[in-house]
Ligand binder design. Structure first.
Ligand SMILES: Cc1cc2nc3c(=O)[nH]c(=O)nc-3n(C[C@H](O)[C@H](O)[C@H](O)COP(=O)(O)OP(=O)(O)OC[C@H]3O[C@@H](n4cnc5c(N)ncnc54)[C@H](O)[C@@H]3O)c2cc1C
Length: 649
C-alpha cells in the first residue's frame, strides 16, 4: 500500500523529530490515528519507510515519552490551568451541557440540561429546588470540577436543571473546642483541610485527591485508607447535615431538613448519590491536628495474601500497592505520631502534578501507538516503562517530600493536612493552558479507565490468590495496569450508611488505557476484565459509586443489605423523583439496567459479553470464558481466528 506523508511540525516535537499524524485505513483499524516519528519535512512514501523511521527513533523517543506519561517527573511546574467548570451554557444560563473532569462519561456521552443555576446562599438554593419541584423538572447537582467518572451529574433528558454548588463554598462555623466544622457543601476538600488546620483541627481521613467537594465526596462514599477508629470514609465523620428537598405546595415546594447526629435519616443522606436533594451544609467532627509518619517499604510478594489481611490492623493509614508483573509489593507504613515529632513533610503525588500541554499530547500519541499498533503487542515496552516508573517513583519518595521541596529519606513526618491528600494541578495558578492535569479534556492527553471496587476483607486473600493465578498465566498482561500504580489496595470500614460499605473491605483501584475511538480494543483487556468480574461476581465486591464502568453496576445494589431503607427515605424526600435520573434508577435497581447491550459493548465496558459481536471479531477479539474464573466472559484476542478471517477476506 503506497502512501505519501509530508511531515509538518506539531506539538509533540522531540529535538528535531516530529510526530506526524494521519488517519490510516488499514483493515481492522478504521480511522485509527497513526503516528510517524521522523524529521521535519521528511517525505514518507511507503509503510516500509515508516517502519524504518519508527525503528530509528523509537528507543529514545519512547523512553522520554513514557516517563512523561507515567511519572510526570521530568519537569515540575508550579503553574497549571485549573479545569473548566463542568457546566457550559450557550445562552446565558440556559441550553447547557454537563460533563465530568474527563470531558465525557463512560458511555462516551456528555449530558444536556435546559438551564443551570448557581445559588450563593441557602435561600437561593431553596428557591432553585422549589422552582424545579413546581415544574416537576429533573434536577442534578454539579460541583466545582465534577470528578466522578460515572454519569451521576446528568439530570436525564434535555429539559433538566443543573444546580451548581460552585459558590456554596464557605465556612459556616468552626468550634475549635468541640472540634466541629460546618461548611457549605461545595467547599473543595483542599480548602476544608486548610480551614481546619488553621483552627488546629483536621479531618482524620479523606480521599487522596483533594479537588473534590464535600457534597460530591459524601454522595459517592469517597474514602482514603484506614480500619482504625471511624475508618477512612469521610461520611463517617459527619454529625450534621442540612439538605434541601422538594416539599408539598403547602410548604412552598421545598424545605430545608436539618439532621443531627442521631437522626435516623442521616444514614441515608450521608451517602446519597445525590438523589435525595441538595445538601446545603455539612458538620464534621474533626480531631485536633496531628502528625503522621510515612515510610514506603518494597518487598517481594510471597506473603501478600497474609499481609493484606493484617496490614490495615498494623498501620492506621496503611495501604498496599501490588505490582504483579514485577512480583513486588509496596507497603505504606503510615501512622499517627506525637505532634512534637520533627518534620514538615508534604504529600504531592506526581500523577496530580501539572504537565506542559505539549508533553501531555506527546504522551498520548506514544501511548496510542503502543496500545493500538499491531493489536497492542508491545509488551516489552509496556513492562519496561512500568518498571522505570516504579524506580523513579521510589526515588521520589512516592510524591512525599520531607520539607515541602525535596525527598531525602524515610520516614516523612508531617501534619495531617499536608499529608492526607494532594491536587497540585488544580491548585496551581492559571497559565493559559500551557500546562494542566494530564486528563484535562481541552488537551488530547492520556485517557484512562479508573475502575475501583471493594471486596470484603474476609474474602480478600482468596481474591488475591485468584488474581495471582491469573497473573502467573500471563504476567506481562499486568503491565497494562497504569505505570507504577499496579493494583492499589486501601482499607475501608463497614458503615452504618445504607449505601456505604456493608463490611470491612479492601478498596481496589486500577487504571488502564482507554482508546479515544469507540470500539477499539485495548491490549490484554481479557485479563483485566476477568480480574474485575472476579472481584464483583465471584467475591461479591461492590463498585465505587463514582468510578467504575457500566457493567460493574449490574446487580450491585443487591449487595447492599440496607438498600431498601435507602429507597424508603428517597420516596419520602423526593416522591416525584426529580433528583433521580435514568442512571440513578438503573444503579439503584429501580428501573432499567446500566448494561448497554450492542455491538462492541464489552470493549467499551458497557456489558459483559455473551456473544462475539459484543467484542470485536473483525479485529480478532472474541467472547471467551475467563482462564481462572471460568464464569467470567471476556473479549480475547485470538491470532488464529484473525488469520482465518484474513484468509476468508
Ligand atoms: C484524580 C482522582 C482521584 C480520586 N481519588 C479518590 C480517592 O482517593 N478515593 C475515593 O474514594 N475516590 C476518589 N476519586 C473519586 C472521587 O472522590 C469521587 O468521584 C467524588 O465524589 C467526586 O467528587 P466531586 O466533588 O467531584 O463530585 P461530583 O463528581 O461532581 O458529584 C458526585 C455526585 O454527588 C452529587 N452531589 C455533589 N454535591 C452534592 C450536594 N451538595 N448535594 C447533593 N448531591 C451532591 C452529584 O450530583 C453527583 O451525583 C478520585 C477521582 C479522581 C478524578
Amino acid at each position: 500500500m503506497a502512501s505519501v506523508v509530508v511531515c509538518a511540525r506539531v506539538s509533540c516535537s522531540l529535538q528535531g523529530q516530529v510526530c506526524c499524524m494521519r488517519v490510516r485505513e488499514l483493515r481492522g483499524w478504521p480511522n485509527a490515528s497513526e503516528v510517524w516519528l521522523t524529521k521535519v519535512g521528511n517525505t514518507i512514501r511507503s509503510r516500509e519507510d515508516r517502519f524504518t523511521v519508527i525503528t530509528l527513533v523509537r528507543p529514545r523517543a519512547m523512553q522520554i515519552l513514557l516517563l512523561l506519561l507515567i511519572l510526570t517527573l521530568i519537569i515540575r511546574l508550579t503553574s497549571s490551568s485549573p479545569p473548566l467548570d463542568p457546566v457550559a451554557c450557550s445562552n446565558g444560563m440556559s441550553n447547557c451541557t454537563v460533563t465530568n473532569a474527563n470531558g465525557y462519561f463512560p458511555d462516551r456521552s456528555i449530558c444536556r440540561a435546559a438551564n443551570a443555576i448557581y445559588p450563593r446562599t441557602e435561600q437561593e438554593l431553596l428557591a432553585a429546588v422549589a422552582a424545579a419541584a413546581v415544574a416537576k423538572r429533573k434536577v442534578k447537582v454539579a460541583t466545582r470540577y465534577s470528578h466522578s467518572f460515572t454519569k451521576l451529574t446528568c439530570p436525564g433528558g434535555r429539559d433538566g436543571t443543573i444546580i451548581s454548588t460552585r459558590w456554596l463554598n464557605r465556612t459556616v462555623q468552626i468550634d475549635g473546642k468541640k472540634g466541629l466544622l460546618t461548611v457549605e457543601s461545595g467547599m473543595v476538600l483542599s480548602d476544608l483541610m486548610r480551614v481546619a488546620a488553621a483552627a488546629g483541627l483536621c479531618l482524620p481521613n479523606s480521599p487522596y485527591w483533594s479537588a473534590v467537594t464535600v457534597g460530591g465526596l459524601l454522595a459517592t462514599g469517597a474514602h482514603g485508607s484506614s480500619l482504625w477508629g471511624k475508618g477512612s470514609a469521610v461520611h463517617e465523620y459527619v454529625v450534621g447535615i442540612r439538605i434541601v428537598t422538594p416539599a408539598p405546595a403547602s410548604q412552598g415546594f421545598a424545605v430545608v431538613r436539618e439532621l443531627g447526629a442521631d437522626h435516623p435519616d442521616l444514614d441515608a443522606v450521608k451517602v446519597s448519590l445525590g438523589v435525595l436533594g441538595v445538601i446545603s451544609q455539612v458538620t464534621l467532627a474533626l480531631q485536633p491536628l496531628f502528625k503522621r509518619s510515612v515510610t514506603f517499604v518494597t518487598r517481594d510478594e510471597s506473603d501478600l495474601a497474609d499481609q493484606v489481611a493484617a496490614w490495615g490492623g498494623l498501620h492506621e493509614f496503611g495501604d498496599i500497592r501490588w505490582l504483579p508483573h514485577q512480583r513486588k509489593v509496596i507497603y505504606r507504613e503510615d501512622n499517627r505520631v506525637d505532634i512534637s515529632s520533627p518534620g514538615n513533610g508534604l504529600n504531592d503525588f506526581p500523577a496530580f502534578w501539572s504537565l506542559p500541554a505539549h508533553e501531555i499530547v506527546a504522551a498520548r500519541v506514544e501511548e496510542e501507538r503502543r496500545e493500538e499498533d499491531n493489536g497492542g503487542t508491545d509488551d516489552d515496552a509496556r513492562c519496561s516503562a512500568a518498571q522505570q516508573s516504579t524506580v523513579a517513583l521510589e526515588r521520589q519518595g512516592h510524591g512525599f517530600t520531607n520539607d515541602g521541596v525535596s525527598f531525602t529519606s524515610y520516614p516523612v513526618v508531617g501534619y495531617q493536612h499536608s499529608m492526607q491528600a494532594s491536587s497540585a494541578c488544580v491548585d496551581s495558578p492559571e497559565d493559559g493552558l500551557q500546562s494542566a492535569c494530564f486528563w484535562d479534556p481541552r488537551l488530547r492527553g492520556p485517557s484512562l479507565y479508573n475502575p475501583a471496587f471493594t471486596v470484603a476483607l474476609s474474602r480478600a486473600p482468596s481474591f488475591l490468590a485468584d488474581v495471582w493465578r491469573l497473573r502467573d498465566l500471563h504476567p506481562s498482561a499486568f503491565c497494562t495496569l497504569h505505570g507504577a500504580m499496579g493494583v492499589q489496595m486501601r482499607y475501608v470500614k463497614a458503615s452504618s450508611a445504607y449505601l456505604g460499605k456493608p463490611e470491612d473491605s479492601i478498596a481496589v483501584d486500577i487504571a488502564y488505557y482507554r482508546s479515544r475511538t469507540r470500539g477499539v480494543p485495548r491490549a490484554h483487556a481479557d485479563v483485566v476484565d476477568e480480574l474485575e468480574q472476579m472481584a464483583l461476581r465471584k467475591y461479591g465486591g461492590v463498585p465505587h459509586w463514582g468510578k467504575s464502568r457500566n457493567f460493574a453496576f449490574d446487580g450491585a445494589i443487591a449487595r447492599y443489605p440496607k438498600a431498601g431503607e435507602f429507597l424508603e427515605v428517597k420516596d419520602r424526600y423526593d416522591p416525584d423523583g426529580i433528583f433521580s435520573s435514568e442512571w440513578s434508577d438503573q444503579v439503584l435497581g429501580i428501573k432499567g439496567s446500566p448494561i448497554v447491550v450492542g455491538k462492541g459493548c464489552a470493549i467499551e465496558g458497557l456489558c459483559v459479553c455473551s456473544d462475539d459481536s459484543h467484542c470485536a471479531p473483525e479485529q480478532g477479539y472474541f467472547c471467551r470464558p475467563g482462564k481462572v474464573y471460568a464464569e467470567a466472559r471476556v473479549c480475547r484476542f485470538e491470532e488464529d481466528n484473525e488469520a482465518r478471517i484474513d484468509d476468508e477476506l
